[in-house]
Design a protein around this ligand. Structure first.
Ligand code: HEC
Ligand code: HEC
Length: 296
C-alpha cells in the first residue's frame, strides 16, 4: 500500500514540476524584452505616448528594418559616425542627444522589438502623438511653473549634497557639474548638466532620474530611489540653472586642474607628515582602530 502511494506521490510531484516548467518557459522568454524595455529604454522612449528624450517607438519595426534597429541599439554613435543617413537624420532631429550603447545580444534585442510590436497601436497613424503635459507636483501641490527661489534653493541643496536624499542616494554633484555662481564645481565623471533642462526637458530629466538608464548612475541609485518631492526640487533647480546660464562665468578647466593639483599635493604631504609624526610615539594601527570604532 505504502509503496503505491509513494509512487503516485512522486509521479504527481513530477507532473506538477513539468507543468510549472511548461508554463514558465514561454512566459519568461516573452518577458525578457519587456523587462529590458522597462528597465533600460523607458527612461527615454514611450510606445505610443509621444516623444520623451528619444522618439516614440510605436511601430518602429514598420519604419526601419530589423537589422538596422539591432545595429543602432548596440551602438548608435558608430552608425552616426559612419554616416548612415537615417542615423544621422534622427540624431540631428533629437538635438544630438547620444543614445547610450546597449550591451545586448541579438536575441535580446529581437525580444525587445517584439515587445514594442506587441504594445504598438494597431493602426499606424501618421500623425505624431503629442506627449502629455508634464505634471509633477511637490507635496504642497505646486507644479514646476510655480517654483520660486525657495524651491530652487532646496533643489540646490539636494544637488550639492548639503541636504541628504531620504533613501541615501549620492549627491548629483559627486558626478555632475553645473556652471553656476552659487554652486562649487562638481564631478567631471559625467556630463555637465547646465543646459540639461532645455536639451532633455522636464519630462526627460524626470524619467532619467526616476529610472537611470546609464550603468554608472543606475548602480549609484540602486535601491536608493529619489522621492517625488526630491525630483521636483531637483528639476526646479536645473530649470533655474539652465535659465541663468547665460549670465554665468565659464569655468577654465585646465586652470582648475592645476590649482586643485597643487592643493592636493600640499594636503597629501600634510597627511603623510601627520602619520609619520605619530608613528614615532604609538602605532598607527591603534589610531585607525579607534577611528573605526568612532565612526560605527
Ligand atoms: C538616454 C536615453 C536613451 C535610452 C536609455 C535609450 N534610447 Fe533609444 N534613442 C534615444 C535618442 C535620443 C534617440 C534619437 C537618436 C539619437 O539621438 O541618436 C534614440 C533613437 C532610438 C531608435 C531609432 C528610432 C528612430 O525612429 O529612428 C531606436 C530604435 C531606439 N532608440 C531604441 C532604443 C531601445 C530599444 C532602447 C533600450 C534598450 C533605447 N533606445 C534606450 C535615447 C535613448
Ligand atoms: C555615480 C555617478 C552619478 C551620480 C551620483 C549621478 N549621475 Fe547622472 N549620470 C551619470 C552618468 C555616467 C551619466 C551618463 C551620461 C554621461 O556619461 O555623462 C549620467 C547622465 C545623467 C543625465 C543625462 C545627461 C544628458 O545630457 O544626456 C541626467 C539628466 C542626469 N544624469 C542627472 C542626474 C541627477 C539629477 C543626479 C542627482 C540626483 C545624478 N544624475 C547623479 C552618473 C551619475
Amino acid at each position: 500500500m505504502n509503496f503505491f502511494t509513494g509512487i503516485s506521490f512522486k509521479r504527481s510531484l513530477t507532473t506538477i514540476f513539468l507543468l510549472i516548467l511548461l508554463f514558465t518557459i514561454p512566459l519568461s522568454s516573452q518577458t525578457i524584452g519587456e523587462k529590458i524595455f522597462l528597465t533600460t529604454c523607458r527612461a527615454c522612449h514611450t510606445i505610443g505616448q509621444g516623444r520623451l528624450v528619444g522618439p516614440d517607438l510605436a511601430n518602429v519595426h514598420k519604419r526601419l528594418q530589423e537589422g538596422w534597429i539591432i545595429k543602432f541599439i548596440k551602438s548608435s554613435q558608430t552608425m552616426v559616425k559612419s554616416g548612415d543617413p537615417d542615423a544621422v537624420k534622427i540624431f540631428n532631429e533629437f538635438n544630438k542627444i547620444i543614445m547610450p550603447d546597449q550591451s545586448l545580444t541579438d536575441p535580446q534585442i529581437i525580444s525587445v522589438i517584439n515587445y514594442i510590436k506587441e504594445k504598438s497601436p494597431k493602426e499606424a497613424t501618421t500623425k505624431e502623438v503629442k506627449a502629455p503635459k508634464f505634471t509633477l507636483k511637490n507635496s504642497l501641490g505646486f507644479n514646476l511653473d510655480e517654483a520660486g527661489r525657495d524651491e530652487y534653493k532646496l533643489g540646490q541643496q539636494y544637488f550639492t549634497g548639503e541636504k541628504r536624499f531620504a533613501n541615501d542616494g549620492p549627491s548629483c554633484l559627486s558626478c555632475h557639474n553645473v556652471v553656476n555662481d552659487n554652486v562649487a564645481s562638481g564631478g567631471l565623471l559625467a556630463k555637465d548638466l547646465t543646459n540639461a533642462y532645455s536639451r532633455l526637458n522636464a519630462a526627460g530629466i524626470d524619467a532619467i532620474i526616476s529610472n537611470p538608464p546609464f550603468p554608472v548612475m543606475k548602480t549609484a541609485f540602486d535601491n536608493k530611489q529619489l522621492t517625488k518631492n526630491e525630483r521636483y526640487y531637483l528639476l526646479a533647480f536645473l530649470k533655474q540653472v539652465d535659465y541663468d546660464s547665460i549670465y554665468q562665468h565659464p569655468v577654465n578647466y585646465s586652470k582648475r586642474f592645476i590649482y586643485s593639483g597643487i592643493v592636493g599635493v600640499i594636503l597629501l604631504f600634510g597627511v603623510f607628515g601627520l602619520v609619520w609624526f605619530r608613528r614615532k610615539k604609538g602605532t598607527v594601527k591603534k589610531d585607525i582602530f579607534k577611528r573605526q570604532l568612532k565612526s560605527k
